[in-house]
Design a protein around this ligand. Structure first.
Ligand code: ADQ
Length: 498
């Protein structure tokens, strides 16, 4: 592989970018009329760099791509479709990958990963080192030198692909913990670019971050960006403190001086496509499904709901334990309530995730064994992905949404639930340790480590008056409507382009 400086493609980026002929401008970097408000400040090409592409392969032969579900793709799509843009990412399978292709107005530039790299870079360094470390070490992070070097190599390949793709002076937005070295690598290859980075997960306090043997390299990698976004103010402060301690950066406010440049670190709390959730929630079909769920869960019982990726940071075990004790204490009777836990399978090749699944399934079995009656179980557990309309129907059917992560960058589920409650009913129980908690102060905030506190809060939620529900929910709904995901993306781009 050529060294970064020898990469000939970098010298002629304009020849490599394929302008979007159908509706886009004729040249990379040329503005398009009528785009979203980003066009006020930035008129050039945009490159998104993320671990995964915004599409997934639905069929192998002939290959069919479909848009991946998720907030990030829908947030960025209108902006990307309005100008020449490319998304660099891994398509989610090993082996050879196709050349760049267009899908729904976005140019996708697939990057290949070998099976070994999936194990070392993705399952190893990203998910067993960085993920637990950045989530308060709720599971012990594992530090292996044999995972670090693949992390460097894969980051370099992403940086090279972005450098090849980007037009002169383009804006490049790099996403998440998998790619923290990309900003500096990319700056070295292409000093003309505007580089932004957004971290979707928390950035830990310095005392914790300092555990990682490669702390200096990671910080220097991120400092290659012009603007670094975090979910919360605390995340930005933690990052700046680590930078001022471990690197040559100085000026410990939102703006740092680093190697003769200004680097800004700020909070940009992510959100959801609120309009889409409201639209789906208002559909007759959704109302019918919600009513069907309520009927099947046996009439007038109150429904507590949990919806999560199956991840040990989400506190699924803690909420089930609290629910079990709530039933044992008879402060809530099993004839009065039912718990529905939906967990989408996640990272199943990683040991900690397999162990978690076993543990949750044991707990569900134990609670149902202890309190269940024929035809009436206290916990309904579904280990699968749900289509969006069904998820919204569940959000509508629930009385109490229980969101109890031990640590979470933001937590979109809390916002999705609120956006779906068009009639201002329902109660949100929300962990203080989510990014969402700093915006959603009208939720019932809980410390998930405090089992008694959690039990009391669940009980309070089950018995909350209609008036109090409406007061709290309307304030929560206003908050998410005022800060939807489009506003998030535009604010970030505007700051980056300024
Ligand atoms: P995640 O850890 O994946 O995201 P979260 O923000 O809750 O966490 O998003 C989960 C998404 O998966 C939601 O959109 C939800 O609807 C969906 N989902 C969950 N269970 C599902 C199921 N059974 N079927 C279908 N969909 C399901 C990371 C960070 C978060 C941060 C986001 C965005 O860990 O803190 O909020 O990125 O930045």
């Amino acid at each position: 592989m050529p060294s970064p400086r020898e990469t000939t493609l970098v010298q002629e980026p304009r020849n490599i970018v394929e302008p979007i002929q159908e509706r886009g401008p004729r040249f990379p970097g040329e503005a398009v009329d009528g785009g979203p408000s980003l066009s006020k400040t930035s008129t050039g090409q945009i490159v998104i760099v993320a671990n995964r592409l915004p599409v997934r392969r639905a069929k192998r032969t002939p290959v069919v791509w479909e848009t991946s579900p998720g907030g990030l793709v829908s947030a960025l799509r209108p902006i990307l479709q309005s100008r020449p843009s490319t998304w660099v990412g891994w398509p989610g399978f090993t082996g050879s990958v196709p050349k760049a292709f267009h899908h729904e107005g976005i140019r996708n530039r697939p990057l290949s990963l070998s099976r070994d790299e999936v194990q070392s870079f993705y399952e190893g360094f990203a998910n067993r080192t960085l993920w637990p470390l950045y989530h308060d070490a709720v599971r012990p992070p594992v530090y292996h030198r044999r995972w670090w070097w693949p992390y460097v190599d894969v980051n370099r390949r992403f940086a090279e692909a972005a450098a090849e793709t980007a037009a002169k002076n383009a804006v490049v937005w790099v996403h998440d913990y998998h790619l923290q070295l990309v900003p500096a690598m990319l700056r070295e290859l292409r000093p003309d670019l505007r580089i932004g980075f957004f971290l979707h997960i928390p950035f830990p306090p310095r005392e914790l971050f300092s555990q990682i043997p490669w702390r200096r390299q990671i910080l220097d990698g991120l400092l290659g960006a012009d603007l670094i976004g975090f979910q919360t103010h605390d995340g930005a402060v933690n990052f700046v403190e680590s930078c001022c301690h471990f690197t040559t950066a100085s000026g410990c406010g939102e703006s740092m001086n680093y190697e003769g440049r200004t680097v800004r670190a700020q909070a940009f709390p992510i959100s959801i496509d609120v309009g889409r959730f409201e639209e789906i929630a208002a559909e007759i079909k959704t109302k019918r499904s919600a009513a069907g769920f309520r009927r099947r869960l046996s009439g007038r019982r109150k429904i507590l709901l949990g919806v999560d990726r199956m991840d040990y940071t989400k506190g699924i075990d803690i909420r089930l334990k609290a629910y079990q004790e709530l039933l044992r204490s008879e402060r809530a009777k099993q004839e009065e309530c039912v718990f529905v836990q939906v967990a989408v399978p996640s990272r199943e090749r990683v040991d900690e995730y397999r162990d978690l699944r076993n543990q949750i399934e044991r707990q569900v079995g134990e609670i149902n064994g202890e309190f269940g009656q024929l035809g009436m179980m206290p916990v309904h557990y579904l280990h699968r992905s749900f289509p969006m309309d069904q998820l919204v129907a569940l959000y509508r059917a629930a009385d109490v949404m229980v969101v109890t992560p031990l640590r979470d960058g933001m937590n979109l589920v809390a916002k999705e639930f609120v956006a779906s409650r068009l009639d201002d009913t329902g109660v949100l129980v929300l962990s203080e340790f989510t990014g969402a908690a700093s915006e959603m102060q009208s939720a019932l905030l809980v410390n998930p480590h405090d089992t008694d506190g959690l039990i009391a809060t669940m009980e309070q939620a089950l018995h909350m008056s209609d008036g109090e529900q409406a007061r709290r929910m309307s304030s929560l709904r206003k908050g998410v409507r005022d800060h939807d995901v489009f506003r998030w993306a535009e604010t970030f781009f505007d700051k980056l382009s300024a």
